[in-house]
Design a protein around this ligand. Structure first.
Ligand SMILES: [Zn+2]
Length: 294
């Protein structure tokens, strides 16, 4: 099955590497919590496919986040993927945009950022670009054009049940690469013929055979992708500890409990006064913590 997966391939005779992404259950889970208007849903779906493709071009042990913020009808779009292929994402909107052209959806002031948080780096890497072109795919191409030396082409497709994407990238020159200046042009010209429907429905093997049957293609084993939020009781504990005991006790006094709702997956974390007392006693060590029996 090609659903919820990312497949890498090489078009050896073109000096091009690529990826195909297909998300169905993951995409269904991403939309389960919120009833998105069609144009918002489309652009969120494109962002899911684009983020999976983007992450596939880099080696990282952490997470990659694609985010768009602006003052338009949709003011926030965020999609995140971990190195294990766990994805989550959401969009926030005021009004349904009339189309899916990025600057009209997000506003002329909108910026797209790609953030890579790798466990081995202390500082996250962030690239920020304005939203260029008529589609999110154009914006992603523009991002690659300014941030990568390697020529990159991206195709995105969204249907009611699935999202899909295709990425092509020139291979860095090496002694192993074939000297074929026309390879990139040929690979892209063929990819340009792919319809959204094909991208969504065809298995990688079938699609690559259809496109590149005259080329030498190697398809590698695919990576599994899934919707999985990384929120947890522990992270929520830490967030509350960050707020401070006085603040948290105020909330309990006012509302009887503290309830934290994850916007990505709809998980609820609830704390009553006993939980709050345990939380601050455990982490900060209140003066009477020496009384604790073991
Ligand atoms: Zn969550």
């Amino acid at each position: 099955m090609h659903s919820d997966s990312r497949s890498r391939f090489l078009i050896e005779t073109c000096n091009v590497r690529g990826q195909l992404v297909n998300l169905d259950k993951c995409w269904e889970a991403a939309r389960a919590r919120t009833e998105y208007p069609p144009n918002v849903s489309t652009i969120l779906g494109q962002a899911f496919a684009a983020t999976a493709l983007l992450a596939g071009t880099i080696k990282f042990d952490g997470k990659v986040t694609l985010q768009v913020r602006g003052s338009g009808n949709v003011h926030l779009l965020v999609v995140q993927i971990t190195n294990d292929g766990n994805m989550r994402g959401l969009a926030r909107w005021e009004q349904e945009p009339a189309n899916t052209v990025p600057v009209e959806v997000f506003g002329a002031d909108a910026r797209m950022s790609i953030t890579i948080e790798a466990d081995r780096y202390s500082e996250p890497y962030q690239g920020i670009v304005p939203l260029e072109g008529n589609s999110l795919a154009d914006a992603i191409r523009h991002y690659f054009a300014v941030s990568e030396q390697l020529k990159t082409q991206v195709y995105l497709a969204v249907s009611d049940t699935a999202v899909a994407g295709l990425l092509l990238q020139t291979l860095p020159p090496s002694e192993h690469t074939v000297d074929d200046a026309d390879g990139w042009v040929r690979a892209c010209a063929l990819a340009d013929t792919v319809t959204e429907q094909e991208l969504i429905q065809q298995a990688p093997q079938t699609l690559l055979r259809r496109l590149y049957h005259e080329e030498q293609v190697r398809l590698f084993e695919s990576d599994k992708l899934a919707f999985d939020c990384n929120c947890s009781k522990e992270r929520t504990d830490n967030m509350l500890i960050g707020l401070g005991e006085a603040e948290v006790l105020d909330i309990v006094a006012e509302q009887g409990e503290v309830s934290v709702n994850c916007e990505f997956c709809d998980a609820y974390y609830r704390y009553d006064s006993v939980d709050v007392a345990a939380l601050f006693k455990g982490y900060i060590g209140s003066p009477d913590s020496s009384d604790t029996t073991h």
